[in-house]
Design a protein around this ligand. Structure first.
Ligand code: MD6
Ligand code: FE
Length: 179
């Protein structure tokens, strides 16, 4: 099954939603998850949960094809034993972007993150170890896979808002070892 069809199956069980960040604002990007843990955010902060807070039931299982894709990509990049237990699915519509951030809610920051881009091209911002470090912009296209590990694991990064005039959606899958 194609990745977008898998996403449709997942969102039928765990709908895309806009989380609030601890400061109170709602994120522009809509999110859902699959796997044993899902990333969530609310007034209490960011964390991984075994249940979907919208339904109180476990997140949909990670499709075997997702897991295999993540394992293969990690292996090719030098992490032969990556076993993701969480896949965060981001959905970008016109005007939606994601501010500079680090991913550090996972227990084992030595495990890599595998990122898969689907749909509309995004301008991805790649900074350094400090928020104020200079940022490079790279285009992420449909089908692009990035593996983040080692020294790159904690770099600041974000996504420039999709042009307002654009109607095509972008999805991004990030495979993580959360627990
Ligand atoms: C995105 N990606 O591409 C957002 N985080 O939509 C991320 O925030 C990200 O691509 C950690 C590792 C890889 C990523
Ligand atoms: Fe991130």
């Amino acid at each position: 099954m194609a990745l977008t069809e898998q996403i449709q199956t997942i969102e039928a069980q765990a709908a895309f939603r806009h989380y609030s960040v601890p400061g109170g604002k709602k994120m522009a990007v809509a999110m859902t998850s699959c796997g044993a843990f899902g990333w969530v955010s609310d007034a209490q902060g960011y964390r991984y949960c075994p249940n979907d807070p919208l339904t109180q039931v476990a997140w949909p299982a990670m499709p075997p094809a997702f897991k295999q894709l993540a394992r293969d990509a990690a292996k090719a990049a030098g992490w032969p034993s990556f076993e993701p237990d969480s896949c965060l699915i981001n959905r970008y519509t016109s005007g939606a972007g994601m501010g500079l951030h680090q991913d550090k809610d996972e227990q084992d920051l030595k495990a890599p993150i595998v990122s898969v881009s689907i749909g509309a091209t995004a301008k991805f911002m790649l900074g350094g170890q400090h928020r104020t470090d200079p940022v490079k912009t790279i285009d992420l296209h449909d089908g692009d896979v990035m593996v983040w590990g080692g020294a790159a694991r904690l770099v600041f990064h974000g996504v420039r808002p999709l042009p307002k005039s654009q109607t095509a959606l972008r999805y991004n899958l990030t495979f993580r070892k959360a627990a």
